[in-house]
Design a protein around this ligand. Structure first.
Ligand SMILES: CCCCCCC/C=C/C(=O)SCCNC(=O)CCNC(=O)[C@H](O)C(C)(C)COP(=O)(O)OP(=O)(O)OC[C@H]1O[C@@H](n2cnc3c(N)ncnc32)[C@H](O)[C@@H]1OP(=O)(O)O
Length: 385
């Protein structure tokens, strides 16, 4: 169903591209002249590039000329204004220069496409610049794959930062849904315990403080993620990779997966909003078995307790899950995102407060002898093997 956009003359000019641009390097600044040329060439485009592209052009134009969106959010029922406001706001703090560059690039791509209608590229668009992740977008799905299989995808501080960045990009890209999965036989073995080693004496308190700030920001990105977020749990999951599951919208697991939160063994405490979400999902006593007494769940048990949406036999897992996800990713993007935000919105404030409290407690726990001894014991046992 086509949506009729009642564009004003100016907006129409802004939104209908065509240009023969001299390409500028991605890092070069786009001159006013090139930008104006792009704007003019929009008017020459004969074919309608579609609402999504028009919205993107509108948003990039506004960002390039006025900077980040600061106008009040239109009401839910004012669909057109709301869609335009959403598109502009989704650019966040993108600089005017970058917005101009993206605008010119987009116009350029529309002009150079034979029919002047953007052809959707279905080849995986692999994002560069990540060392611990493999991030691709294809078939309307952004897949963030944890990519340290030799370390069971344990999360280093660099990986926390890269996941934050990947989520920020996925929130703004054209994808409809976002998937997190792991490379290799594990989904994830949780926090990389090396994050707590080799700390110079006297710097432990700073390490704990910085760790808590990073963790809070990391979890915040899951709480605030605006599109459907799906975990494809391809193998065992430990620690923070389990607790975060309560913030995903769907969790698919292979029957080989297990779910383990050994916090008290490590002298630590729950995070990822699990102290609130787990009792809510599975009831207090089942949550206590996991979060206090380190009970490792099988995939079947995790399903029975509502942590996992569906379990698949390992040998058909990838195939079945991806067929299903591709179908979901063909659903209308805005409808899905808005519905997710509606469902999650009710709890958001609470979740942020819980996140803050959990991080504060962990900051203290990381300074405790119980925690230090547990981490030394993990690496001590390994060195004796
Ligand atoms: C700075 C911000 C901090 C935020 C912190 C947020 C709080 C988070 C809490 C948690 O996530 S708690 C959970 C922490 N994780 C663990 O306790 C798991 C520890 N790992 C294991 O118990 C085992 O490795 C395993 C996962 C059960 C797998 O055992 P398996 O025998 O199959 O393989 P391994 O030979 O042990 O592992 C291969 C390789 O990977 C390294 N490795 C695995 N997990 C971790 C890890 N979490 N941290 C660091 N390294 C890990 C392991 O040492 C091996 O390395 P090499 O010996 O081959 O070099």
């Amino acid at each position: 169903m086509g949506i009729c956009f009642p564009y004003s003359k100016t907006v129409y000019a802004v939104c209908f591209p065509v240009i023969q641009l001299h390409t500028t390097g991605a890092t070069m600044r786009v001159s006013q002249e090139v930008f104006e040329k792009a704007k003019d060439q929009l008017k020459l485009l004969k074919e309608d590039p579609g609402n999504e592209v028009k919205l993107k052009l509108y948003a990039l134009f506004k960002q390039a000329t006025e900077g980040p969106c600061s106008s009040p959010k239109p009401g839910m029922l004012d669909f057109v204004k709301k869609a335009k406001w959403d598109a502009w706001s989704s650019l966040g703090s993108l600089s005017k220069d970058n917005a101009r560059q993206k605008y010119v690039d987009l116009v350029s791509s529309l002009v150079s496409s034979k029919s002047s209608i953007q052809v959707k590229d279905t080849t995986p668009d692999s994002k560069h610049g990540y060392e611990t992740l493999q991030v691709t977008t294809t078939d309307n799905i952004t897949k963030i794959m944890l990519n340290r299989p030799e370390k069971k995808n344990a999360i280093t501080t660099q990986m926390y930062r890269e996941i934050i960045q990947a989520l920020e990009e996925a929130a703004k890209d054209d994808s409809v849904i976002t998937v997190i999965t792991g490379n290799g036989d594990y989904y994830c073995s949780g926090n990389d315990l090396n994050n707590f080693t080799n700390i110079p004496s006297g710097a432990i308190e700073k390490m704990a403080k910085d760790g808590a700030v990073l963790l809070e920001n990391f979890v915040k990105h899951f709480i605030d993620f605006p599109k459907p977020l799906i975990a494809v749990v391809n193998g065992p999951a430990v620690g923070i990779s389990v607790t975060l599951l309560g913030l995903f919208d769907i969790v698919y697991a292979t029957d080989r997966a297990t779910f383990h939160t050994p916090f008290s063994e490590l002298g630590q405490s729950p995070e990822g909003c699990s102290s609130y979400m787990f009792p809510k999902i599975m009831g207090l006593s089942k949550a206590n078995e996991m979060l206090l007494f380190n009970k490792k769940l099988t995939a079947g048990e995790a399903y029975a307790q509502g942590l996992v949406t569906e379990v698949f036999p390992d040998w058909t897992f990838e195939k079945e899950v991806w067929i299903r996800l591709k179908a979901y990713a063909n659903l209308p993007k805005n409808s899905l995102a808005l519905s997710k935000q509606l469902i999650r919105g009710v709890e958001k404030e609470k979740l942020h407060a819980v996140n803050c409290q959990e991080c504060e407690l962990l900051r203290e726990r990381w300074l405790s002898d119980e925690c230090m001894n547990a981490i030394m014991s993990f690496f001590g046992k390994k060195s004796k093997l």
